[in-house]
Each structure stands twice: as C-alpha cells, then as structure tokens.
Write a protein that binds this ligand. Structure first.
Ligand code: MRU
Length: 346
C-alpha cells in the first residue's frame, strides 16, 4: 500500500500508554483498531491474531513491553522488584506465539536496553520507550530495503503467487513478500498477484486481497489447492512469500502450505523467493526441525465462521506453520540484499 493510504497496523496508542493495532480479525468487513493498555490485552491481541505477521508481532511486543515498563516505573518499585515484574510481562508476551522469532528478538532487545539503563526504573522505562520506537521505525526501513533489493526480480508484466499475508498488514511498513511488488508498481511496472486464500484463517483472501485492492494492484484470490495447477498452466512467473523464521541453513518456517507451494514451484521451474527482514533470521537455530511450530485450536479448521464442517469427535490437525527446506527456496531477500545458497546467516 503506498505511504499515505496505508492504515496504521501497529503503533503506540495516541496517549503513548499502550500499543494500538489494526484489528485484523475484522478485515475485510470493518477497519477498527484495538488499544491495548495492559500486557494481558497485548498478549491476547497477539494470540488471537488481531495483530499478526512476524514483524508486526515483534513491534507489538516491543511497544507493549515498553508501555509495561512505564506503568511499573510509575509505581515506584525498587530496582529489583521492577526487574522481576518486567520479567513476568516479558515472559507472557514472549509466550503469546511461539514460532516467529521476531517476537523473542524484540523482547530480548527491549530487556537488554532496560537493563543497560542503570538502576533507576524511570530511566529504564525511558530507554525502552525510545527502543520500541526504534524497533518500529527500523521495521519500516527494512521493508523498504526489501522492496529495493527485490525490485529486480519483478519484471514488467510479472504474475506473482503469494501465500498468507506478508504485506503491509504484517509489518510496520510496506511488507516483506509484497514489498518488491509495491516497489515494482511504484517503478511503473504492471504486476498481477495471485493470492492463495490461506486456510484455515484466510489471510490471503481476507488480508492480502484487501490491501492490494486498496492499493489498486490487480489481485485474484485462488483456492490453496489450485496453486500447483496454476504453475503447471504456466500462469505464475514467480512465488514470493514471507517467513516467520529463517534458520541458519536457510530452512524457512512460514504459514502452513508454503512447503507445498515451494514443491510445486520446483516441479514446474518457477522461482520461489522468500522475503524477510533481518529480524526474522535466526542464526542460532540450525534447521527447521528445531523450531517449535504453533498448534492452534481445532475450531479454526472444524468451524470456519462458526459453521461446523467436521463431524463431532473427529480430530483435526492445525499447525499454523510448516518448514520449507532450503533446497526448495531459490533465494532469500532481506533488507541486506538477495541471498543465494549456500547461506551464511551469522
Ligand atoms: O499466523 P500469521 O498470520 O501470523 O502468519 C503470518 C505468516 O506466516 C507470514 O507469512 C509471516 O509472518 C511473514 S509476515 C511479513
């Protein structure tokens, strides 16, 4: 979405005492915002996907923890009680969703800045406020850089298939996977996007389609099951997806279904690119099998929109993410450039 028309996805509340998120559960029907002024409210917003997408939950966690520090500092706790209470809030935020590395990355960064500010809780809270704002601003800048680096991969007339939503709605900026699309359109190229619907929570149908339509970029929503056929027909020039975690060996953890898209792309000679900010690169995790995959509620699959489609008593599997082995990824676009195998993410 071009700057200026982009809604605030994640930021400070107007009074600076909490985190404001665009409530993505309501899209595309309604555009409403949620102000979270307690840690419990922020945790619930992240857990329930009111705010979602790896970079956006990192920014939300950073602002929520800075706001928590400010509230705690007002109660004039002694330094050790302040640190202990802040640790409880940090642990709750970190546990809200386990797979995207951006959330613990942001929480650790905030705690380190707070601890480095000395013994005065008010000084720690002030330093954390500035750091949370920096996390937000850096995310915006990283998205823009991904767009610049990915621009060469999106030629005039390109047909791009994407899965889930890794656009402006998933970040504080223009997105990751969609950043090269926005950059190409800004450069005057014609680009059409095929958005996988992305079951069970429909991030492609509800969110990617919404933000691209708002931006005036042609988008067609496709059933997830159609992706391989589109590639066999030769109507996809490239795949562009985001990531929740990129491991040291280049394995990519992203929305469930990404692996199947990557396999189909490989089978049909379609390049498959992953775009993510450096905050999604987890050099400490050697490979995808070492990543905890979030398991979500049965009803997301069994009762979409409240309609029971699975017989009672029949179990459902609902992992939110899958692992795409590095071998099926053509290249990884970050704010630092276009990385090709063998990767050295250190
Ligand atoms: O469960 P979600 O909607 O948070 O999943 C989001 C994804 O899988 C995105 O592709 C990923 O976080 C990258 S967002 C820039």
């Amino acid at each position: 979405m071009p700057a200026g028309t982009r809604p605030t996805v994640v930021d400070w509340t107007a009074d600076g005492r909490g985190v404001r998120v665009l409530d993505q559960r309501a899209l595309p029907r309604e555009t409403t915002w949620l102000d979270c002024r307690t840690t419990a409210e922020a945790v619930e917003a992240i857990r329930a996907l009111a705010v979602r997408g790896a970079p956006a939950i990192g920014v939300a966690g950073a602002i929520a923890l800075a706001a928590a520090a400010a509230r705690l500092a007002e109660t004039r706790l002694d330094p050790s009680a302040f640190a202990a209470a802040l640790g409880v809030d940090a642990a709750a935020l970190r546990a809200a969703r386990p797979t995207a590395v951006n959330l613990p990355w942001a929480i650790d960064r905030m705690l380190a800045v707070g601890a480095g500010a000395g013994d005065d809780p008010r000084a720690a809270a002030a330093a954390m406020r500035a750091e949370a704002t920096a996390v937000r601003d850096e995310d915006r800048a990283m998205c823009a850089a991904i767009g610049r680096h990915g621009l060469a991969l999106v030629r005039d007339g390109a047909r791009v298939l994407t899965h889930c939503n890794a656009g402006a709605l998933a970040t504080a900026g223009i997105g990751t996977a969609l950043a090269p699309v926005y950059a190409a359109v800004a450069a005057g190229r014609r680009v059409a996007v095929l958005a996988n619907e992305t079951r069970p929570l429909w991030q492609g149908a509800r969110l990617t389609a919404w933000e691209l339509a708002q931006a005036g970029i042609p988008v067609t929503v496709c059933a997830d099951a159609l992706a391989a056929t589109l590639m066999r027909r030769g109507t996809v020039d490239l795949v562009l997806v985001g990531a929740d975690r990129i491991c040291a060996n280049g394995d990519v953890v992203n929305k469930v279904g990404t692996y199947g898209v990557a396999l189909a792309a490989r089978a049909h000679g379609v390049p498959c690119y992953v775009a993510a900010p450096w905050s999604t690169v987890d050099a400490a995790t050697p490979h995808g099998d070492a990543v905890e995959i979030e398991q979500r509620a049965r009803d997301e699959v069994a009762r979409p929109g409240g309609l029971a489609i699975v017989p009672d008593g029949v179990p459902v599997e609902n992992p939110a993410f899958d692992v795409t082995p590095a071998a099926y990824v053509t290249a990884i676009i970050t704010d630092r450039g276009v990385h090709r195998p063998p990767y050295s993410f250190t």
